[in-house]
Design a protein around this ligand. Structure first.
Ligand code: TXA
Ligand code: MG
Length: 353
């Protein structure tokens, strides 16, 4: 049985006690809900992998509630990493740093680096402080599913698998933290997220974005971030993304919608609110407004879960510009679609795979 409790001080105390006892609990962060365990206890960490059905070679992020608490977890903190901690924390930025020996290999999946983050959610911070431990926490979804941005999403995936979910309402950012590798001479964004590459460049100068942010990994490519090789964020419905110039893109989306419906599928268009009229009477789910990628990010995972709950079999999603938060949105959307992307305006639509 899984308890779902509003995140009151007494519920947070109960959760902190569970963490100190080596159990796992779900809690809200500003990005998505996390599933936490004491990062320094391998048997507690293994419970996370079991509850999620997560492959053992995908490492976890360790959460802290003070910058000073990073020091025991890492081998060193160079000046750029220090600057980012001071300027971006608490917030949706995860730093990959050389690990200290005391961090169990179960947390880092055997890597010699560890990912650390200082979240900006009052419930997450209260929980970490009261547990008085570094907390390893992936997103609290079953592996492969859209990340949870509401406590109800966690409950749907984890009921019966974990003792407690703290309900802190909707997550404001809606996509996960940016994972930035700062172990080399040039920082590399391994996963785009709540802190944009543009914001990082304003602080650091040169910052690369890993090619896997917007492209499928090649067959033998070794991912720099193991999480990138797995099927991810996928609802039960088949998702396809249409790209290209707006008029042509909407026309293509209409064609794909109409052929899905003709084939007997329940289809829906997922696109910016102001495009709804262009779709005539087709079933439409608004996802933020053009020019406001932060709105799209905040609603994306909840929308995918809702469309599943409503029984849609085919989701035709309009691409948005991969700038600012749009990069994190398209990183998630391409994966939700297993890279089924069709470009409008080419002689023959190309389905990339
Ligand atoms: O916003 C977030 O980051 C949320 C909340 C709960 O904090 N957590 C989250 O964790 O998204 P998870 O486990 O779903 O994603 C962690 C990502 C994975 O892609 C993993 O491969 C990568 O971070 N990662 C973790 N440790 C790493 C390391 N040492 N080197 C490279 N990538 C790492
Ligand atoms: Mg995840």
């Amino acid at each position: 049985m899984t308890q779902l409790l509003p995140a009151t001080p007494s519920a947070i105390s109960q959760a902190a006690q569970l963490l100190r006892d080596g159990q796992i609990v779900a809690f809200p962060t500003e990005t998505v809900y996390g599933l936490g365990a004491d990062a320094l206890r391998p048997e507690a960490v293994l419970r996370i992998f079991a509850a999620k059905g997560r492959p053992a070679d995908n490492p976890l992020i360790v959460h802290v509630a003070e910058i000073a608490n990073v020091e025991p977890l890492v081998a060193r903190i160079d000046a750029p990493a220090r600057l980012l901690m001071e300027r971006c924390w608490p917030g949706p930025l995860t730093l990959v740093l050389p690990k200290a020996a005391r961090v169990p290999s179960q947390v880092t999946a055997g890597l010699d680096t560890v990912a650390v983050r200082f979240p900006a959610h009052p419930v997450a911070l209260a929980l970490i402080r009261e547990a008085a431990k570094p907390i390893a926490a992936p997103s609290a979804n079953r592996s492969g599913r859209p990340s949870p941005t509401l406590a109800g999403h966690v409950y749907a995936d984890m009921n019966g698998r974990i003792p407690l979910i703290l309900d802190g309402g909707a997550c404001s950012v809606g996509v996960e933290s940016t994972v930035l590798d700062v172990t080399g001479p040039t920082p590399v964004v391994l996963r785009p997220g709540g802190v944009t590459p543009e914001a990082l460049r304003a602080l650091l100068g040169e910052v690369r974005v890993d090619a896997a942010a917007l492209a499928p990994l090649g067959e033998d490519a070794a991912p720099r971030s193991p999480g990138m090789k797995y099927k991810h964020y996928a609802p039960d419905a088949a998702v396809m993304v249409v790209s290209g110039e707006q008029t042509a893109r909407i026309k293509l989306a209409c064609q794909r919608y109409d052929s899905a419906v003709a084939a007997g599928e329940r289809a829906v268009v997922l696109a910016p609110a102001e495009n709804q009229r262009a779709y005539g009477g087709r079933v439409f789910r608004a996802l933020g407004r053009t020019g406001y990628p932060g709105e799209v990010a905040a609603q994306l995972f909840a929308a995918l879960r809702e469309l599943d709950a409503q029984g849609f079999q085919r989701v035709i999603a309009e691409e948005i510009e991969a700038e600012g938060m749009g990069l994190a949105v398209m990183n998630r959307l391409y994966r939700a679609a297993s890279f089924c992307v069709e470009h409008a305006g080419e002689a023959q639509g190309i389905i990339e795979n």
